[in-house]
Write a protein that binds this ligand. Sequence first.
Ligand SMILES: O=C(O)C(=O)C[C@]1(C(=O)O)C=C[C@@H](O)C=C1
Length: 346
Amino acid sequence: MTEEIARLREEIDKVDEQLVKLLSYRLELSRKIGKAKLNSNVSVTDENRETKVRERWISNAKKYNIPNSLVESILPLIFSYSKLVQINPGEKEKVVIYGYGGMARSIVSILSLAGHEVSITGRDLSKAEILANQFKCVSMAPLRAVDWGDIIIFAIPPNVILSNSNELFSDKLKGKVVMDISSSKFEIFKFLEELSRKLEFKYISTHPLFGPIEYPVGERIVIIPSQTSSNNDIIRIENFWRKSGLVPIITDVETHEKAMAIVQVLAHYYLLGLSNAIETLSLELGVEYSNFHTTNFRELNKILKKVKDLKNVIIEIQKQNPYSYKVRNIGLEELKKIKEELEGGK
Ligand SMILES: O=C(O)C(=O)C[C@]1(C(=O)O)C=C[C@@H](O)C=C1
């Protein structure tokens, strides 16, 4: 490395620190605006103000020769975090997260930032404790946690819920709100609804429409009411997620499964096929293509990598969704039609 590069990198390090410091200061100002808004009953989002801020950024970008696309990618993120620090959940809930995997982590990050009291539990308490320490919350043994919390979220795979239900669910859940986060509701919904009748807990099914990301601000979460959750429970939980920075979508099991047939089952089926076809074709043609990635292919590759990493979950969704068979048939038919169209019936 030349001396010049080393010196310029030092400069960059200083600039980066200034950027972070300024971001922190901006968030601090936003937090203060949030408090003032709360006192005067003004809502957090002010679209007129956001438009003005955006215009100012764009004109500054022009002045300092920065592409608009940079503003378009940074500013929405700044707004989301700015609004997140203004979030005052009003009623702070006592939430128990059962599980310490990627999705548990994602949910814990946003709930603790929004100011809820969060306790993490699970079979392996040392893992629960590691996650708790990362987000300044606590860990508790399962029975104690369930006793303590008002909202219990099972962030574990549906097959684990189904095969360990005796251990996981007890009459200590009576009167509490219980949520699962499974992607496929076909089997688990009926099972937990039945159990909630027996053990008298309020079951509300959810499906976060995002992967295991930290601080999923502004992402969507599906809410599916059951026969054991009242209108008031649903309003409470809708507010709980909204005020924690997510966008709730209320629906029923049937609609959810149909929508997931398109956005998950069909999309994953093609992506898995594409991933395999790329490897097969690369062997067949004897070409190493990694130096030839186009911009689109690079983006696609990121998605294919995620699909490969989550292959177990994806296969589980294919197995569980009641429309999978139909989806795959239509998927294949459409590929055939395109082939015929391209080859003119040859
Ligand atoms: O100006 C405000 O009212 C703010 O809350 C700050 C801010 C911002 O980050 O610039 C955030 C949210 C609003 O929608 C508009 C602007």
